[in-house]
Ligand binder design. Structure first.
Ligand SMILES: [Zn+2]
Length: 109
């Protein structure tokens, strides 16, 4: 059975990290390179999340409820670190707004 709620991840000892990474065109670059506006990664406290959101809070909604404290953006990526799993298998949240936007902007065939 797939893990679907915050409470389940907390029970299983998962860790959760949120990352804000975005850039804007650098006005001083002749090659239109991006200027990193924010690159912030924070380890979130699972117990606090469960206390504030509830045991049955769906994992795919977590990303939409977070906001970067540095820049105020809500375009965050949420990563779940599963104990005993190598970093390469870290589970990326399926509710990522950035990937959803990319998918919807693709032309349909
Ligand atoms: Zn940010």
């Amino acid at each position: 059975m797939a893990v679907q709620t915050l409470g389940e991840t907390w029970k299983l000892g998962w860790q959760v990290r949120a990352r804000c990474l975005w850039g804007a065109p650098n006005p001083h670059s002749r090659h239109k390179r991006l200027w990193i506006e924010c690159d912030t990664t924070v380890q979130l406290d699972m117990a606090t999340l469960v206390w504030t959101r509830g045991y049955k809070f769906p994992l795919d909604m977590l990303q939409s409820r977070l906001r970067c404290p540095k820049c105020g953006q809500q375009r965050l990526t949420v990563f779940f670190e599963v104990p005993g799993e190598p970093k390469a298998r870290t589970v990326k949240s399926i509710g990522c707004a950035a990937s959803r936007a990319r998918r919807s902007s693709r032309p349909s065939r």
